[in-house]
Design a protein around this ligand. Structure first.
Ligand code: GLY
Length: 418
């Protein structure tokens, strides 16, 4: 079987790496991928939002399965277009992808199907949002741009001034473009954050082992939000809480979408807050988490191709996945300045030394090869991932490996899994 992975980050390198291990897969392509993917996949120079070119490639090459990594092509309808031509693709249709593409839509669907989540209000104009603030809501208050804003559309507002800023960003400065044409104010919920990913063919739910990610840039959860500074799997969520998440959050969402005529096929990622009164849904993503996928796939013993293929074929019901019982932990090595401005094209050294430990794999997130040399090509550069007998050992191995890698301006958090 020939597989195409769409995307270019650490998640996509991990997907290519795992798919290439499948005896059923003869060839993996990745569009556009990164330098690390070259060891396991052939790169195709098409960006994830070049839908016409992707469709032509899949059609022309007779790709058997397309796996879509990032949300943008899902929200733009890549799956619909490929399916119309009879191609198999892992990921939700444009309508189902609105769960991530519109926070207001996801919240309304959750409310309609009694999924527990924070109270919220949606605004389509600045005046009404300012009026709401005049009524003295409780702070902190979470403000979100409705659409896709590359992780920059969410602000925890500790004061009226913060909330005013977000209103201005959305409606006056139009900092988020179309994504900010609607704004959601949401109750701030306290608890422990967790990410749960479920693979579903629209009928059967196969809940993956829970993971935890670290979004803040600096140790101790300080600093700006990033795309992910590290992660580990499994996150310590009790079995009965996992059942509750499945029963009260995931199932009603998948059934709700099906009843609305938009069955969900792919991976649904629930961002949750575990509170003393039970799990509450904060947001949905409609694709694998990044960097949660990296430790998750490092632990997956089953054939990833088989899992994804069964999902698109609708035959998940009689399938079980097997996990390495050992925990895995991922540290993101970033370029200084990320998530703000940063420099690229810095030579990278030490990956081979880092991978001398057979329990370590270094996934590339933002790398390129220029004149034969491996160089940085993004804010998130590498995802150093290690398995260990315990989380503490996985952490030790991952940090030992990370310290063998060098590039100018290398920065990472030192408290992942601590
Ligand atoms: N780790 C957060 C995300 O994938 O959106």
């Amino acid at each position: 079987m020939q597989v195409l992975v769409v995307g270019s980050g650490g998640r996509e390198h991990a997907l290519c790496w795992k798919l290439a291990q499948s005896p059923q897969v003869s060839k993996v392509f990745v569009a556009p991928g990164n330098a690390g993917c070259e060891a396991v996949a052939e790169r195709v120079s098409i960006r994830p939002t070049q839908l016409d070119a992707l469709v032509d490639f899949v059609h022309g090459r007779g790709i058997d399965l397309t796996v879509v990594g990032p949300e943008a092509p899902l929200c733009e309808g890549l799956v619909d277009r490929l399916q119309r031509l009879g191609h198999k693709v892992f990921g939700p249709t444009r309508e189902a992808a609105r769960l991530e593409g519109s926070k207001a839509y996801a919240k309304a669907l959750a409310r309609q199907h009694n999924v527990p989540g924070p109270d919220f209000k949606v605004f389509t104009a600045a005046r009404a949002a300012y009026d709401y603030l005049d009524r003295n809501p409780d702070f902190p208050l979470v403000a979100k741009a409705d659409g896709l804003a590359a992780g920059k559309g969410v602000r925890i507002c500790h004061s009226r001034e913060d909330a005013n800023e977000h209103i201005a960003d959305c409606f006056e400065r139009r900092r988020f473009g179309e994504a900010g044409e609607r704004l959601v104010f949401e109750e701030f919920v306290r608890g422990t954050e967790a990410s749960v990913q479920v693979v579903t063919d629209g009928n059967t739910l196969l809940v993956l082992e829970p993971a935890r990610d670290y979004k803040a840039a600096y140790d101790g959860g300080e600093g700006p939000n990033t795309g992910g500074m590290g992660s580990y799997s499994p996150a310590p969520i009790e079995r009965k809480v996992m059942h509750r998440i499945e029963e009260k959050i995931l199932l009603p969402t998948v059934h709700g979408l099906a009843r609305e005529g938009h069955p969900f096929c792919g991976v649904l990622y629930a961002g949750l807050m575990l509170t003393p009164t039970g799990p509450r849904l904060l947001e949905y993503n409609v694709r694998f988490g990044d960097p949660e996928t990296q430790p998750t796939l490092a632990r997956l013993q089953s054939d990833l191709f088989e899992l994804l293929w069964r999902t698109v074929e609708g035959t998940l019901a009689d399938y079980q996945v097997a996990w390495d019982p050992r925990p895995a932990l991922t540290i993101t090595l970033t370029s200084a300045g990320y998530p703000g401005r940063y420099e690229t094209s810095k030579p990278i050294r030490g990956i081979e030394a880092a991978e001398e430990d057979p329990d370590v794999v270094v996934f590339h997130a933002g790398t390129e090869r220029r004149m034969g040399k491996l160089v940085t090509n993004g804010g998130r550069v590498l995802n150093v991932t290690a398995l260990g007998d315990t989380l503490a050992q996985a952490r030790e191995k991952a940090y030992a490996a990370a310290r063998k890698i060098e590039f100018e301006g290398l920065v990472f958090r030192t408290d992942i899994g601590a």
